[in-house]
Design a binder for this molecule. Structure first.
Ligand SMILES: [Zn+2]
Length: 256
């Protein structure tokens, strides 16, 4: 996945100064200052070879609905808007609602779930794949309870949801502390995810302080599967968003 470009800096050849001292003549006294020592063999000083790893950001489409890297936000509606993945699978893991993800994401979640358990952390799938029609119900439910403007900050309109691509999961703690709340980030489960989820291919999609870019409040529970290579690359920059990483426009709100 990485394309390594060996940037071999050309060895800089530095010739030490060879000062040819003028032959003294009878009329001109020999210089009193000593000549710098001469070096009969020019020395070559090689600069270190720099190897720079360049991440290939074109490896997967950002637009195709079934792409591992598809970026869905308030300005990037899924196409088609009723898209449904063809490789959805139900996971046998603790959950609130039936845990369904695309095959590779499901595999990565199960692996992460087991690793968390070994560390004494019990994760629960709160919500995972949601179809277009399910998102209609979820979004309308939010609008009914808190109004459209507030609903838009925490629930996507149908066709604009990361949950519809089958690569996103909302994770809760087994003791249900701070479920779907910002304080989830301070729970042992939230902290464990922050430290460990990237190595299993998961990215914190809605970091704190990035609402103006993502269009959503801080969601320490919402993890997006992007594959281990991209997740590792993203984890090098704290709180980076997919929009920033790929140079996409900020999407604070829907187009009018
Ligand atoms: Zn979510």
């Amino acid at each position: 996945m990485f394309r390594f470009l060996a940037l071999v800096a050309t060895a800089a050849v530095a010739l030490t100064g060879c000062v040819a001292s003028a032959a003294p003549t009878a009329e001109i006294p020999a210089p009193t200052q000593p000549s710098p020592p001469t070096d009969p063999t020019p020395s070559i000083t090689p600069t270190p070879t720099a190897v720079v790893a360049v991440f290939d950001t074109t490896l997967h489409s950002l637009d195709e609905a079934d792409s591992l890297w598809v970026v869905v936000d308030k300005l990037r509606r899924l196409s088609p808007k009723r898209y449904a993945p063809t490789d959805l699978t139900t996971m046998n893991v603790p959950h609130t609602y039936t845990p369904i993800l695309r095959r590779d994401a499901a595999k990565a979640y199960r692996t992460m779930y087991r690793a968390a358990r070994r560390d004494g952390i019990d994760l629960v799938v709160q919500s995972s794949y949601r179809s277009y029609s399910a998102q209609v119900s979820v979004y309308n439910g939010w609008v009914d309870s808190i109004g459209r403007e507030a609903a838009d900050l925490q629930s996507a309109r149908p066709g604009y949801s990361e949950h519809q691509i089958g690569l996103s999961v909302d994770i809760a703690a087994a003791n249900r502390a701070c479920t779907i709340q910002a304080c989830f980030g301070t729970t042992p489960e939230g902290k464990w995810l922050k430290s460990n989820a990237p190595q299993f291919g998961w990215h914190l999609r809605y970091p704190r302080g990035k609402t103006a870019i993502t269009g959503y409040i801080y969601e320490p529970w919402h993890w997006r599967f992007v594959g281990v290579e991209l997740a590792a690359e993203l984890s090098l920059t704290p709180k980076i968003t997919l929009e920033e990483f790929f140079g996409l426009p900020a999407a604070p709100d829907y187009a009018r």
